[in-house]
Design a protein around this ligand. Structure first.
Ligand SMILES: C[S@@+](CC[C@H](N)C(=O)[O-])C[C@H]1O[C@@H](n2cnc3c(N)ncnc32)[C@H](O)[C@@H]1O
Length: 378
């Protein structure tokens, strides 16, 4: 029986016994038994009730009818619900507060947000409705799971995204673990630009070099349903996860292959394929800077996804040099770049037969995306 059905049942039952406000009485009773706020009750209209909850509601309905008393009067007499709810709410808010303090003690940035994400994940509710759900009892098993996650996040500094196992990128869900870089919000700007570039092409062919979780390739595949998107990575682990993400997002127009940059594209099978767009967010952190990254990144994110073990320009230079071979004659090359790298990357493009058509800033005002268009050959 669903919540809406029991609400209607309860209203009709009280109506039969001539209660003056049967709906209001029913809402109060059901909200209390389910430990929800009455105002938000209808947001859960589809919720399936347990046998225990249904029995409790029916028992209290009978008591109200028998004594001809409203719900407020009944709980005053019994006292049990009020006590329950008050205790859970106080106890749970205290637990959340302590959890935030614990993360702060370990210098976790955005401690409140992370604690809320952890609670919401374990309690299987959205972060937005977490506060409402803290009225309910948290089972001991769930409390233990919350504690374990807090320790991993605080003491061990494991990234929140790896703990949750899933993260949103461009509005799509992506499984993430230590085999892949966590997709960053700034990279969405690159996707946005690519989508715009490919807008007029009927069947765009796109290749994403260093695809990792498949975030760029799959988002483009979803946004451009006519496109054929190929994601390339050197890491087998990343490719396994990228394939899972393709299935998760039902992006049938996206494929993944193992390749060291362009190497596999020179195989017989791909020899004649020309792409309208080569996109890449390659490892671009210089080796010196890599050592100074946050513990979350250093300890958990794959090193070969972050740094080229050099000056940070290896992939930009190599891809710019070789891209012409794989592009249609009016094809595009689009890179995400690191802080202060845009100008030099633009120079690589110009030296290699590309007109730089735009350099786009990220949300922090830093040049983040460089786009080149293959120059007309004379
Ligand atoms: C910065 S991550 C980008 C991941 C994903 N595209 C994103 O934007 O979230 C770079 C990716 O390049 C891959 N990579 C590193 N060296 C490579 C190579 N020689 N050929 C192909 N991919 C490589 C790494 O495995 C990693 O997944």
């Amino acid at each position: 029986m669903k919540l809406l059905e029991i609400l209607n049942f309860s209203k009709e039952y009280l109506q039969k016994y001539s209660f003056s406000k049967p709906r209001l009485e029913s809402e109060k009773l059901i909200a209390t038994v389910l430990k929800l706020d009455r105002i938000t009750l209808y947001a859960y209209f589809d919720m399936e009730l347990t046998a225990e909850q249904k029995d409790k509601i029916k028992r209290y309905l009978r008591e109200m009818a028998r004594g001809r008393i409203g719900f407020d009067e009944l709980i005053q007499k019994k006292g049990e619900f009020e006590l329950d709810m008050k205790n859970y709410k106080e106890e749970n808010f205290e637990l959340l507060k302590k959890s935030i303090e614990y993360l702060e003690k370990h210098q976790v940035p955005n401690a409140r947000l992370d604690a809320e994400y952890i609670f919401a994940h374990i309690l299987k509710v959205s972060r937005v409705t977490l506060t409402l759900n803290l009225n309910k009892k948290i089972e001991e098993e769930d409390k233990n799971k919350i504690r374990e996650m807090l320790v991993a996040r605080g003491r061990d500094r494991k990234p929140l995204q790896y703990l949750l196992g899933e993260w949103e990128f461009y509005g799509y869900p992506f499984k993430v673990d230590e085999r892949v870089l966590i997709p960053r919000a700034d990279t969405e700007i690159l996707v946005e630009q690519c989508k715009y570039l490919m807008g007029d092409i009927v069947i765009p062919k796109i290749v994403d070099i260093g695809t990792g979780s498949g975030a760029i390739a799959i988002s483009l595949g979803k946004e451009l349903p006519n496109a054929h998107v190929l994601g390339i990575d050197i890491s087998e682990g990343a490719l396994t996860l990228a394939n899972e993400n393709r299935d998760l997002n039902k992006a049938q127009n996206v494929k993944f292959i193992r390749s060291d940059i362009f190497s596999t594209l020179r195989d017989e099978k791909y020899k004649n394929v020309k792409f309208n767009l080569i996109v890449s967010n390659p490892p671009y952190i210089p080796t010196e800077e890599y050592k100074t990254l946050m513990p979350e990144v250093l300890k958990y994110e794959p090193k070969n996804a972050l740094t080229d073990d050099g000056d940070g320009y290896y992939f930009y230079e190599k891809i710019s040099k070789e891209a012409n071979e794989f592009l249609t004659k009016d094809g595009y090359l689009a890179f995400e770049v690191g802080y202060n790298q845009a100008e030099k990357v633009a120079e690589f493009m110009r030296e290699n037969n590309f007109d730089v058509i735009s350099i786009v800033k990220d949300y922090g005002g830093i040049d983040r995306v460089v786009i080149g268009k293959r120059r007309e050959e004379n």
